[in-house]
Design a protein around this ligand. Sequence first.
Ligand SMILES: Cc1cc2nc3c(=O)[nH]c(=O)nc-3n(C[C@H](O)[C@H](O)[C@H](O)COP(=O)(O)OP(=O)(O)OC[C@H]3O[C@@H](n4cnc5c(N)ncnc54)[C@H](O)[C@@H]3O)c2cc1C
Length: 639
Amino acid sequence: MTLQLDARIPTGPLAQKWDKHRFEMKLVNPANKRKNTVIVVGSGLAGGAGAAAMSELGYNVKCFCFQDSPRRAHSIAAQGGINAAKNYQNDGDSVYRLFYDTIKGGDFRSREANVYRLAELSVNIIDQCVAQGVPFAREYGGLLANRSFGGAQVSRTFYARGQTGQQLLLGAYQALERQIKRGGLTMYPRTEMLDLVVIDGKARGIVTRNLVTGKIDSHAAEAVVLATGGYGNVFFLSTNAQGSNATAIWRAYKRGAAFANPCFTQIHPTCIPVSGEYQSKLTLMSESLRNDGRVWVPRVTADKRDPRQIPESERDYFLERKYPSFGNLAPRDIASRAAKEVCDEGRGVGETGLGVYLDFADAIKRLGRGVIYERYGNLFEMYQRITDENPYEVPMRIYPAVHYTMGGLWVDYNLMSTIAGLHVTGEANFSDHGANRLGASALMQGLADGYFVIPNTVGDYLASNRMGKVDTSHPEFKAIEAQVAERTRQLLAIDGTRTVMSFHRELGKIMWDYCGMSRNEAGLETALAKVRDLRQQFWNDVNVPGSDAELNQALEKAGRVSDFLELGELMIIDALHRKESCGAHFREESQTPDGEALRDDENFAYVAAWEYAGEGKAPILNKEPLGFENVKLSRRSYR
Ligand SMILES: Cc1cc2nc3c(=O)[nH]c(=O)nc-3n(C[C@H](O)[C@H](O)[C@H](O)COP(=O)(O)OP(=O)(O)OC[C@H]3O[C@@H](n4cnc5c(N)ncnc54)[C@H](O)[C@@H]3O)c2cc1C
């Protein structure tokens, strides 16, 4: 181990840590704030909220995104909702219960202090968003409505129909636009960060490429925040937007930021099944559907009857059978594995046999079609448009798909990485979800990080560190600009025979087959060899048409896929080293007699923070031990 991983968790009782910490953190004098430039890469919920909040405080903020507008960040796709411990339902919820559910949901592989703060801030998020005008669903009496999500027995998920992410993002976007108008925030759309600049051990800026003109530029700052989203697209097929990528965090890793728990990938149980080789994207059917939909398969194998002809006695509602207390709302990792299990037994449905039913017939009978339409109308419409089947009449078919990455850059309690001044927020960091994220908690984390944590902790960093003035004429900026230009030149010069897409698809298949829903040592070793071999082929045989002085999406994709090929290897190495099963990381060698994940707390109750050791060298494993003072480590059971 070479890194000193200091999580800087404040002392004192759990419930007072954040308050005490905020008091103890240093403040930047209001008149001095505008003298500090903060770069925020990403304008999704985490980045947009953080950039707007810091600009509102008076910092000079530069915000970057690769899309043509901040409004197109992938956060817009979030459907189901956002958790908060408001306890409007009076059903027993509390900050502590949300904290406990999240720690347990993550299979005891996250930091208590961070998760408690998240639960605490959840209530402020709802107030902030309501004040912005986010149109959350309401009850008849005017209170905000809630529904249930997996891994919880209370109803604490706030939602705006099936478009919660879009409505929240519109709120953050308007806050961002307000700051742009005021002049304290500059937005750089269609601009991709391609490297991080570290000077005297501190993050001092980024190197970018203008995606329309191809121009390479540098931007200097006193602090950098990465809010660049998740890396699920390593698997090629996922529910993520096509553009979601790992480039910013991967290149920061290669400049010294540790990468934590890279193998922790969430596979979501309710996605529209893969239908053919031509597909490049999978569609999520929100977890909220499991509030009313019942998951089942036929009792016998290879039953090809129309599902409506299969009588109750010949159906297996396997989640209700196996997990009676949580039923269809069992957490995602557990529900996904259960679906895989019945399909592996030959009881899967649909043409490929890789599908299970999500059936609303009972709910429609009980509540009426109108209520189901009101709750899920847009999701039903989306399903029908994609599959040409009417889910009001025939059960939906669903199957697990890659959805979210719990791993990400390692951060301390202040959300600062192992590079001083480089902060990481939202899905791009590893902080709060352990080995499995509960539904509706990513939006909560992104907004907690952005609106409430980072504006305080970046201020503390700036007030505590004296920094010399650095601008983009510094030789380090010039050196990194040259490296970025050279990498681009290399990609264009290969002029091979295979498309970038074909490499991406092949990488995805390796990752899904060997490092997906279940993993074993032999498979992971095979995957390691295959990925290394594929990376070599990529650098010898990829074909990237066009030039670097124009809009060139093949070039953009080539850069991203080249990073996925390296990150994929680190994910496999991490999965190999973690010989226990926990949450979404299911090592076949480590399971209970009834097939559930078997943790090994004695040997693996730590965060694995990988350190880049240089080209061709094995990454170095650093461990942050996880201490549990407030919850008892117990076997996670939803039975
Ligand atoms: C289909 C779907 C549905 C979901 N539903 C829910 C839900 O109901 N509830 C919930 O809690 N979670 C949900 N999630 C998860 C949640 O949406 C995401 O985890 C969250 O929105 C991520 O937000 P973010 O701000 O971290 O990143 P993103 O929204 O992905 O934003 C990333 C930003 O970084 C920018 N960027 C990335 N790389 C670069 C670069 N190199 N240079 C410049 N800019 C860059 C992008 O342009 C973008 O602005 C869902 C996820 C999916 C896929």
